[in-house]
Structures are given as C-alpha cells and as structure tokens.
Design a protein around this ligand. Structure first.
Ligand code: SF4
Ligand code: SF4
Length: 326
C-alpha cells in the first residue's frame, strides 16, 4: 500500500508490486504545476492532458480502476516524448517519463501490443545484422525518392498517418553501416553501438571512432545490441531486460573499459540498467557494475579533458573507422 493513502479519496486495490510502486510515484505528484512550464507537449498544445501533471493523474486513475479502458487515455500516454525534463524541475522528482512507459505497457497488457511492434522489439533489435538488412530496402526506397512521391500523392497517409509523418521527418538515410571491430582484451574504451547513430547517422558513429583513434585509446565495438530503450518506452519490460542482459554479458568481458555511448538516450538507459533488475539481485549487481562504467560521449570528453587523454596516435596514422555495405 502507498504510504500516503489518507490524502486521497481513491486508492488502488490489488496491484502487482511493480504497479504499486508506480502508483506510489503518481501519488507523489502534488499537482503544483511547476512541470507544465517545461513540458514541450504542454507548451505546444496548452492541453492539461498532455502535461506531466495531467498524465500522472490520468495514469493514477487507470491504476485505481476509475478509467474503465486505459486505451481511452492512450493519446495522453503516447504523446509523451519521455524527455524527462519534467522530472528535472519537479521537487518531488516524479518520474513521469518512466511512468508513461508503464502506462503504455498497461494499454498493451489489456489490448495486446501490435504484432509488428513485438516482432521489432523482441526479435529484430536482438539481431543487429538482420536489422541492417531489413532496413536497407526501406532506405533504398527513401533514397530513390519513391517514398516522397508516394507521400505527395497521399498514399502513405492512407496506409498509416504516422508513416507519412515519419517519411517527412527523416530527410536522409544511409545505405552503409559502420563495421564492428571487437575491442582488444586490454581495451580502455568500448564504444557502445547506439541504434540512432548506427542506423541513421553512421557518420556520427565513425566520427566517435576517429576521435578515439586520434586520442590513442585502445578501443573497439563489443558484441552489443540495442540498449532496450524502445522496450522501456513501450512498457515491454521483458524485451528491455532481455536486451540488457545481452549487453551486460558482452560488456563484462571488458571489465576495465569505459563504456562510451555517443547517443545520450542510450547512455542514460545503460546507466539506469539496475532499475530493470530490482527484483533480481544477481542481475542487479551485474547491471550496477556495468552501469558504473558508462559515459556519455560529451561527459567523457569533459572529464578526460580535465584529467588528460592518453597520448594521441601518430600524425597521419589512419583511423580504423570503416563503412561497409551491410
Ligand atoms: S509532476 Fe512534479 S512538478 Fe509536476 S505537478 Fe506533479 S509534483 Fe508538481
Ligand atoms: S517526459 Fe513527457 S511529460 Fe515530461 S516533459 Fe517530457 S514530454 Fe512532458
């Protein structure tokens, strides 16, 4: 039970332990509204249901059973960007972004997650090479201009409005992806392969590799998979935990190395791995040990800039970042 049931008219009954914890989190919202001044979706719409305060109250209503069908609140849950800005300005530190992942999971629990989503989260994300090959035909269609043409005719909107919006949003896609080079046994840096940079902006990933070369680091890309953020964002905790276990096992092989992520979302997810295993002491400890070594690229540059980088490689020495056809 919550430690604050007395101040509320309603109370949730018979919740599972994880849902009870989420419910308690929603109760910590005192509805002060401070977060509304920072939430991008509220600022853009002025809609209370699209503010952190509104979202928390709606999720609370779902957990209390006051809202019959959680899908009625899907618009409120799905539009959260999970940027976490609200938590950073909230005195109670209500974890709205995480709660919205749980809220989406609740909708999926009642109505089932779309098959394509489950296939992507549970199968494709765990197989990076297959994902590259799966993306290539779509990227070719985009690069050839065919998708833009279909979009202008309004055909993509007929299939799915989100597909049309995505086509407009993504202005360029790669046809080659960076190759993985395993780190040496004595690596001091393991470059985490982030989906955003690897599949959409590989030039950023290779730039990070070149930087590590220039700084004289012993580094490489371990056999990791997606960090699991898509599963966390959609409330598919099983897929997130499964990917996290794979990553933890892969990164444990380089126990002295910094785990460097050039995508801040991945870095934040990797740092938060222990929270995925709160009910599993053995994996919690393993997650904690790996998470302690994770650095966001910018954070690492600032820290290392202060303490000194390893000696830079010789001038003219070729960087080993390479792009290859998938
Ligand atoms: S989430 Fe935090 S800042 Fe926003 S209304 Fe609740 S207590 Fe206030
Ligand atoms: S995490 Fe969601 S609710 Fe919080 S500021 Fe971002 S968009 Fe708004």
């Amino acid at each position: 039970m919550s430690d604050r049931p007395d101040i509320h008219t309603h109370a949730a009954q018979g919740l599972s332990a994880p849902d009870q914890k989420r419910y308690d989190d929603t109760l910590h919202c005192n509805r002060c509204g401070l977060c509304t001044s920072a939430c991008p979706t509220y600022l853009a719409t002025g809609n209370e249901g699209l503010s952190p305060r509104g979202r928390n109250q709606i999720f609370r209503a779902v957990l209390e059973g006051r809202l019959g069908d959680p899908r009625d609140a899907e618009g409120s849950f799905d539009t959260c960007l999970q940027c976490g800005i609200c938590t950073s300005v909230c005195f109670a530190e209500v974890p709205t972004a995480k709660l919205m992942g749980a809220a989406r999971g609740k909708v999926a629990q009642v109505h089932g997650a779309p098959l394509l989503q489950r296939f992507f989260l549970r199968f494709l994300l765990a197989r990076p090479k297959l994902l590259e090959w799966t993306l290539l035909p779509f990227f070719l269609v985009k690069r050839s201009g065919v998708s833009r043409f279909l979009n202008r005719l309004g055909l993509l909107k007929l299939v799915n409005p989100s597909l049309a919006a995505a086509e407009e949003l993504v202005d360029r896609v790669p046809l080659r992806f960076p190759r993985r080079r395993p780190p040496p046994a004595d690596a001091d840096v393991v470059q985490f392969v982030a989906c955003g940079t690897h599949y959409l902006m590989p030039e950023a990933e290779t730039a990070t590799t070149r930087l590590l070369d220039k700084l004289g680091c012993r580094h490489g890309r371990a056999d990791t998979v997606c960090c699991g953020l898509p599963g966390i964002s959609t409330g598919d905790w099983d897929s997130a935990r499964s990917l996290a276990r794979r990553n933890i096992a892969a990164l444990e092989k380089f126990s002295k190395a910094v785990v460097l992520a050039d995508d801040s979302s991945c870095a934040a997810t990797l740092k938060d791995y222990p929270s995925l295993f709160e009910d599993d002491p053995a994996w919690f400890l393993r997650a904690k040990a790996v998470s302690a070594r994770v650095k966001d690229l910018s954070e690492w540059i600032v820290e290392r800039g202060e303490s000194g980088f390893p000696s830079a490689s010789k001038a003219g020495e070729p960087a080993h970042a390479e792009l290859v056809e998938a």
